[in-house]
Write a protein that binds this ligand. Structure first.
Ligand SMILES: NC(=O)c1ccc[n+]([C@@H]2O[C@H](COP(=O)([O-])OP(=O)(O)OC[C@H]3O[C@@H](n4cnc5c(N)ncnc54)[C@H](OP(=O)(O)O)[C@@H]3O)[C@@H](O)[C@H]2O)c1
Length: 235
């Protein structure tokens, strides 16, 4: 086992769990975070010896500080944790606008702030946005929130260097985020996506994890947003 440990907030499911799996398989250690201890325990059982799980809620700064306590010398950090609703501007609903920013933008901002003194000087960080930043399908606050994460990435890459900061911007991906929704809603969204993107299918979580791993590993990548979106944003 290598002497490298990565923190993956959102590592109990979906893209985060796929990344944790890839890291453990190559000999790294992972500390995974999520709200549900049940899901964390199941993920740690699946990952084996190289993994430990710690409960955390990224919308609660005290909880985030507790997650990192005693964890020193992290080689990298990936944040896919976010739980939110999206909606139309005309609805005027704070849940799909301000609460969305709290759940996806400010949670990543403060999680990285709490992580900072636990990271190695040459660490890699990957934040999470979404392809709606560049090609929205309505839900303008969601588009803005993802674009804000990408802007934050560029600003952090300047300020935190030589720590590298990049952003993964996925298109629709077949993760628990969709699998936990009613079949009809998911299939409607997947069919819509098949028509909109070039590869004509949702991404697999392993494909997103592969993209995140590239951003964590490649010493020449910083300040970038990688669109792993099957060609959606240019089509
Ligand atoms: N899947 C897609 O189609 C897609 C497309 C574009 C962007 N994204 C972005 O990808 C991220 C979601 O990743 P995913 O698709 O892999 O979803 P997922 O399978 O639902 O995984 C989300 C992970 O985050 C954890 N989590 C959620 N809210 C949290 C919170 N407040 N504090 C701590 N942990 C939390 C979940 O565990 P608990 O529920 O136990 O906390 C779980 O481990 C989001 O940022 C989303 O905007 C996804």
């Amino acid at each position: 086992m290598r002497d490298t440990t990565y923190a993956i907030i959102g590592g109990s499911s979906g893209i985060g769990l796929a990344l944790a799996t890839a890291l453990v398989e190559r000999g790294d250690r992972v500390v995974i975070g999520g709200r549900s201890t049940e899901r964390l325990d199941a993920a740690v059982r699946q990952l084996g010896d190289g993994a430990i799980g710690r409960p955390v809620d990224t919308t609660d700064r005290a909880s985030v500080a507790g997650f990192f306590a005693g964890t020193e010398g992290l080689s990298g950090l990936f944040i896919s944790a976010a739980s939110y609703r999206t909606g139309a501007f005309r609805d005027g609903d704070p849940e799909t606008s301000e609460a969305l920013f709290a759940a996806k933008f400010w949670s990543q901002y403060w999680t990285l702030f709490a992580a900072l003194r636990h990271l190695r000087g040459d660490a890699g960080i990957v934040l999470m946005s979404g392809a709606a930043s560049a090609r929205p399908i309505g839900a303008p606050a969601y588009a803005a929130c993802n674009a804000a994460v990408e802007g934050l990435t560029r600003g952090l890459a300047i300020e935190l260097a030589p720590i590298r900061v990049n952003c993964l911007s996925p298109g629709t991906t077949d993760s628990e985020l969709w699998r936990s929704r009613p079949n009809e809603q998911r299939e409607t969204a997947y069919d819509h996506w098949r028509r909109l993107c070039v590869v004509q299918r949702p991404a697999h979580v392993e494909e997103q994890a592969h993209a995140a791993l590239f951003l964590l590993d490649n010493g020449n990548m910083t300040g970038s947003t990688l669109f792993c979106d099957g060609g959606y944003t240019f089509a």
